[in-house]
Structure formats: structure tokens, C-alpha cells
Ligand binder design. Structure first.
Ligand code: HEC
Ligand code: HEC
Length: 464
């Protein structure tokens, strides 16, 4: 085995060529999809800079906002990613025959917690009887999600058994209504729409799509004289210049890797206990204007439908957030895509499933799958511990790059330290099932970590 290490290091030094075999490692989270033209690569990197740009007051930040760049919240494990940073929704719960009220006149349902001027601070109004925290999902593979054929999502709703609801929404850029695929309530269908919406509602940046500033708790008089909280002429991004750049970046972000790519026993468990009724694994994207996003097989693990998930405690044992958002009721949530899950923390919309091991947090998340999902919780609770462990191992593979033993989005000597014993050298002497440790290094999935994989590892190596 010492020999393997020497070989590995020598290969790194010499920059050994890929050789005859064709299989490549998957892009890591935060990297672009493969096969971009020079112009697209430039759009990606310009867009990444814009996504991470700290907006100044003079550029249009605020008057009320939640943070000063997209990248402040979408940060882990790379720009564009997820975090446990949350925003707050509020409203007045249905009572006495009156429906849920998002308190729009009082600045609802989204609170902006920061301001460029203390005189314009927004607070959760006393009228609000329900609040919900919503954490930050990642945007990896967002262009591919937008490219999913609308009819495929519509068809998910007519699958026998668990029946979700399609949420049709209007893209702000025009065109027909499309099934929503972004947001915890599924309220957005395109990356451009989300970017324009988030630019206004998270940063306070107005554009031709959303030209009107949010007034603190709905009090528009604070925006003009004498308080003058809004000092930059609207729209602050007149030609959608910033928003187009944010959009380019997110659209060209690669989907999260999954390692091993297939064959884990835990995925069979996942299917058998009904998780796949909502977390639908595979789609082939349609034909869109970007050829690199067209006709690509992706595995996001979502049906992109709304489901009754039950009430949150103390009302119930589920995870509905109590907020009505378009056609999504208090108890309905949009199936979260599970790709990238292995490197996320704080599961469910408010991040409540946290504080334990990865498997422990998965367990917490499943225990709050009420409503339509309760049947799969029951099936999960009846599993043996080894079967649960297989399920966790599979879910942890969603987001793992090849060779990334410690699942931290980099491939370095620590990973090699743990993988060395699995290396079989030029002549395979062993076999790995997709459940075995060495499978994370078996890029070509020929059931053994051999020289062909090692040559790929050399190129995947990112750190010391
Ligand atoms: C204050 C933190 C914060 C900032 C700043 C922020 N976001 Fe988000 N982002 C969130 C949260 C929270 C959600 C989930 C919102 C929901 O569904 O209610 C989200 C969701 C998204 C989604 C949908 C992802 C999915 O799969 O559901 C996209 C796309 C997105 N944001 C893009 C952006 C862009 C572009 C910017 C900058 C203009 C931005 N965000 C700024 C917190 C933030
Ligand atoms: C009836 C549909 C349905 C079924 C069945 C279902 N889920 Fe979910 N799942 C959802 C929805 C909807 C959400 C989003 C919940 C929220 O907004 O808090 C979710 C969220 C999750 C999350 C949190 C993801 C994140 O990024 O925070 C995990 C983990 C998860 N599901 C795993 C499972 C597993 C494992 C099973 C099988 C035991 C399962 N789900 C069965 C609909 C379902």
C-alpha cells in the first residue's frame, strides 16, 4: 500500500494524463456545468462576482432588506449554496371564519429585518399570530431544474398513490404559466424570476420587473420626505444588468454530485418505504436555449409538487409552516429536492432537524413528515437499525464528490489517508459493492478502485 501512495504523489507531480479511460469525476458544488463555451464561462464568473457583490446604499441596497448580497446567505459549501440563515414570514392565522391574512398592508408576509436607516426599521407587527422561519436552500443545478419539462411535473400529480398538487405560476419574464419548482412553497418557476424577486425582497434592489420598494411595515410615507429612506431612483437595476448576471451564474451552476452515482442498498430502502413517492429521483431536461442544459439526465429527488405535510407542533406532528402562499395552504409544502443533502445541515424549511449526527438529523426530519407523508414515516420507524443506517448512507451520498471521504467538497490528503487501503493497484484484486467504503473512489463504477480511478483522482485533487 505504501507503493500506491508513492504512485499517487508521483502522478500528481508529473500531472499524469487521463489516458484511455473516459469517465470523469463530477463537478463539485459551486463549479459550473461541464462543456461551457468561453463566453459562457465568462458569464458564469461575472455572474458569480455579481451574486457575491455586497450592494452599497448608493447602488440601491434597502431601504429595508435581509442581507447585502445573495452570497451572504447562499454560501455553503460554496457560493450559490445553502445555509441555516433564515428569513421570517408572518401573518394572521385563520380564525373565527376569517381566512389567513398575510398582512400585506403591514409589510407581510416577508419581514425585512435590516435597514439602511433606523427610522425605517421593520418589525413583526402585533397583529401577526403566526411566524415561520425559512432557511436558505442551495441553487446548484438551478438552470437544470428550470429546464425540466413542465409536463413531467404535471404528470407527477397523477401518479397513483400519493398525490401532490402542481402550483402553476407566472414567470415575470413572460410566457405561459409554468409549474413552480423553487422556494419552500413552490412559488417560482424560473431562475430569472427568483433573482428579480430576491433582489427586491432580500436586498431591496428594484428593477423593471419589481419597480416598487418595500415600505417598512407597509408605511410608504417613510420612503419619501421628511424621513427619506429611499434615496436611490427606482428602478435601481434599470436594464436588469445585475439580475441577468445573477441568473447566468445560477443557471450554469452544476448539479450537486452523487457518489456512488447509483446502486446503493439505501436507495432501495428509500424507494420501499415510500420516500420516492414524493422525492422522485430522475428527469431528463427538455430542449432549452442553452444546449449544455438540454436533454441532460438529472437526479434532484423531488416531484416539485405541493403536499399536505401536517401541522407543526403544538398543533400537530408535521412540518406545515402555517403560512398561506398562493394556492399553498398552511399545511402544504413543496417537496424539497434532496440533491446536495449530504453537505447540508438544519433540515426542513425552518432548519428544525439539527443538532445530531447526519443520520440523527435525517431521523428528526422524517419524524416531522406528517399529513400525506405519515405513511412513509410509519414505514421508516418499522425499519431495522441496519436498514436505517443504509438509508442514511444513501442520503449522505447526495452531494458527495468522488474521493471526498470527509464530505467537505474538497479532495485532499485527508481523503487519501482513508482511501489508501481501498486502492487495488493496477491489477484489481478485490471488488467493492456501491455500499462499501472504497466505492466513493470507484469513478467508473467497475466495482474496484484501481489505476483508472487513481488517474481521475489526481485530477480531482484540490488540496494538500
Ligand atoms: C437573507 C438571506 C438571503 C439572501 C440575501 C438571498 N436569499 Fe435566496 N433564499 C433565501 C431563503 C430563505 C430562501 C427560501 C425562500 C422561501 O422559499 O421562502 C431562498 C431561496 C432562493 C432560491 C430558490 C432555491 C430553491 O431551490 O428553492 C433562489 C434561486 C434564490 N434564493 C436566489 C437568490 C438570489 C439570486 C439572491 C440575491 C439577489 C438571493 N437569493 C438572496 C435566503 C436568501
Ligand atoms: C408526501 C410527500 C413526501 C414523502 C412521502 C416524503 N417526503 Fe421528504 N419532504 C417532503 C416535503 C414537502 C419536504 C419539505 C418539508 C418542509 O418544507 O419543511 C420534505 C423534506 C425532506 C427533507 C429535508 C430536506 C432539506 O433540505 O431540508 C428530508 C431529509 C426528507 N424530506 C427525506 C425524506 C425521506 C427519507 C422520506 C421517506 C421516509 C421522505 N422524505 C418522504 C415530502 C415528502
Amino acid at each position: 500500500m505504501k507503493k500506491a501512495n508513492t504512485l499517487f504523489v508521483a502522478g500528481l507531480l508529473l500531472g499524469a494524463p487521463l489516458g484511455a479511460q473516459q469517465v470523469d469525476f463530477q463537478p463539485r458544488m459551486g463549479e459550473p456545468v461541464r462543456g461551457l463555451s468561453a463566453a459562457q464561462l465568462l458569464a458564469f464568473s461575472d455572474g458569480q462576482t455579481e451574486f457575491d457583490h455586497i450592494l452599497t446604499n448608493g447602488e440601491g441596497l434597502g431601504p429595508i432588506f435581509n442581507d447585502s448580497s445573495c452570497g451572504q446567505c447562499h454560501s455553503g459549501p460554496a457560493i450559490g449554496g445553502a445555509s441555516t440563515t433564515f428569513v421570517v414570514r408572518f401573518g394572521k392565522a385563520a380564525a373565527g371564519g376569517m381566512p389567513f391574512d398575510p398582512l400585506e398592508d403591514l409589510g407581510g408576509s416577508l419581514r425585512q429585518e435590516k435597514t439602511i436607516d433606523p427610522a425605517c426599521q421593520e418589525t413583526v407587527p402585533v397583529e401577526a399570530t403566526v411566524t415561520a422561519n425559512r432557511t436558505t436552500p442551495h441553487t446548484f443545478g438551478a438552470g437544470l431544474l428550470e429546464a425540466i419539462v413542465d409536463q413531467d411535473i404535471v404528470d407527477n400529480a397523477s401518479t397513483p398513490g400519493v398525490s401532490g398538487i402542481v402550483r402553476m405560476v407566472q414567470p415575470i419574464e413572460g410566457g405561459p404559466m409554468r409549474p413552480g419548482r423553487f422556494g419552500w412553497k413552490g412559488g417560482v418557476a424560473t431562475v430569472f424570476t427568483f433573482s428579480a424577486d430576491a433582489s427586491l425582497n432580500e436586498l431591496g434592489l428594484t428593477s423593471p420587473s419589481f419597480p416598487t420598494e418595500n415600505a417598512p411595515n407597509g408605511d410608504a410615507s417613510l420612503l419619501g420626505p421628511p424621513t427619506n429612506c429611499d434615496q436611490v431612483a427606482d428602478p435601481e437595476d434599470p436594464g436588469h444588468v445585475r439580475i441577468n448576471k445573477q441568473t447566468d451564474f445560477q443557471k450554469l451552476l452544476a448539479p450537486p454530485p452523487q457518489t456512488p452515482k447509483s446502486g446503493m442498498t439505501g436507495e432501495i430502502v428509500f424507494n420501499n418505504i415510500g420516500c420516492s413517492a414524493c422525492h422522485v429521483s430522475t428527469y431528463t431536461t427538455g430542449t432549452v436555449s442553452e444546449a449544455v442544459l438540454s436533454n441532460v439526465e438529472i437526479k434532484p429527488y423531488s416531484d416539485f409538487l405541493l403536499h399536505d405535510m401536517g401541522d407543526t407542533a403544538p398543533l400537530g406532528d408535521g412540518c406545515g409552516d402555517g403560512i398561506v402562499d398562493g394556492i399553498a395552504t398552511e399545511r402544504e409544502m413543496h417537496t424539497r429536492a434532496l440533491w446536495g443533502l449530504g453537505q447540508r445541515e438544519g433540515f426542513l424549511h425552518d432548519g428544525r432537524a439539527t443538532g445530531s449526527t447526519f443520520g440523527g438529523n435525517i431521523d428528526l426530519a422524517i419524524q416531522d413528515h406528517g399529513g400525506e407523508a405519515a405513511f412513509s414515516r410509519t414505514a421508516y420507524n418499522a425499519l431495522s437499525q441496519p436498514a436505517k443506517d443504509q438509508l442514511y448512507a444513501f442520503l449522505e451520498s447526495l452531494g458527495r464528490p468522488e474521493f471526498d471521504e470527509d464530505n467537505n467538497n474538497t479532495v485532499d490528503v485527508f481523503d487519501w489517508f482513508f482511501l489508501e487501503a481501498d486502492f487495488n493497484g493496477p491489477d484489481p484484486v478485490d471488488t467493492h459493492s456501491p455500499d462499501d467504503h472504497g466505492a466513493i473512489a470507484d469513478v467508473d463504477q467497475d466495482r474496484d478502485f484501481d489505476l483508472a480511478d487513481m488517474l481521475v483522482m489526481q485530477r480531482a485533487f484540490t488540496g494538500q
